[in-house]
Write a protein that binds this ligand. Sequence first.
Ligand code: TYM
Length: 325
Amino acid sequence: MAARVFSGIQPTGTLHIGNYFGAIRNWAALQAQRDCVYCIVDYHAITIDVDPQALRKASRSMALDLVACGIDPDRSILFVQSAVPEHAELAWILGCVTSYGDLTRMTQFKDKSASNAFVSAGLFNYPVLQAADILLYRATGVPVGEDQVQHLELSRRIARRFNSRFGEYFPEPEPIVGKGARIMSLSDPTQKMSKSAGEAHYIGVMEDEASIQRKVRSAVTDTGLTPGEEMSPGVANLFEILELSADPDTVSALRGEFESGTLMYSRLKDAVFEHLMAVLRPIQARRAKLEAEGAIEGILTDGAKKACAIARETMADVRRMAGLA
Ligand code: TYM
C-alpha cells in the first residue's frame, strides 16, 4: 500500500499564517511525493457552539482557501468530513479502545474546557474522532503544527490498542512537523497564533494588505536589548515569519544587524510585511479567481466520492474484525 498522508483543518474562523506555514504549505509540498487526503473537519467544529448556516458556508470557504494555497484536487483528495459519515462510525469503535484517563490528559481539552461554559462530551472525545480521521485512510504521515503532536501520540496509542484487541490492522501514524510549526501571536508572542484569541493576534492569509501592514507594524517587540542579549519572543517570531517568506540573504543580513545591536525593529517589520505579502498576494489572487469560477462544490463532491470509497473498505474490515454486522 502506498504510504498515505492525511491531515485536517477546522473550517471555523479565518485561515491564518500559522495554519499556512505550520501545516498547509507542507500539505501542498507533500503532494509531489505521496498520496494525500485532506479534510475540512466540520464534525470537529460542532464540538463547540457554531451557527449551522455559518458552518456550511465556512466549510466551502475553507475549501477555496486550501485550493488557493496549492492543494490540487487533481492530485489530492479534498473533502468535507461530514460527507463521509464513516468518520463518526469509526470514532465510536475507537472510543471503545481509548482510555478515559488518556483523554483527560489532552492539553487542548483542558484549555478549551476551561474557556467554555458548556463542555460537551464531543469536545472530550475530539481526539478520538481525530484518530478515526487518520486511521480510516490508514495514513502513516500526518503533516501538522506542533500543537497537534499530543493528539497524534494518542492516535498511535489508539491504533496499537485496536490492533492488540482485534488483530494487526492499522499502521501507526507519525506527525510530519516542518519549519513554522509554532507561529506565535503578534500581540502576545508568548501564546501561539490562533483564530480564537482575537483579531489582533493573527494575520489572515486572505486579509487585505493595509490591515496586514497595520498588524505587522504594531507587533509586540521589546524596548531594545544590549548586544549579545537573547532575542525577545516577539522579535524571534518576526524573524521566524521572515525566514519562512524571504530568501536566506535577507534573513542573514537582518540577523547580523540584530547581533551587532544596530537593527531598527521598524526595518525588520517592513521586511516581514514585504516578504510576507510576496507569499500571500498570489494566493489571494488565486482565491478570487477560483471563487469566480464556481467549481468548488464539484471539487468537494468528487473528493467525497473518492474518500468514501477508501472509507467503506476500511469499515468493512473493521466491522468484521470487531464482530459487528
Ligand atoms: P486546526 O484547525 O486548529 O489547525 C490546522 C493546522 O494548523 C496548525 N496550526 C499552527 N501551526 C503553526 N503555528 C500556529 N500558530 C498554528 N495554529 C494552528 C495545526 O497544528 C494544524 O496542523 N485538530 C486539528 C484538526 C484535525 C486533524 C485531524 C489534524 C482534525 N482531524 C486529523 C490532523 C489529522 C485542528 O484543530 O487543527
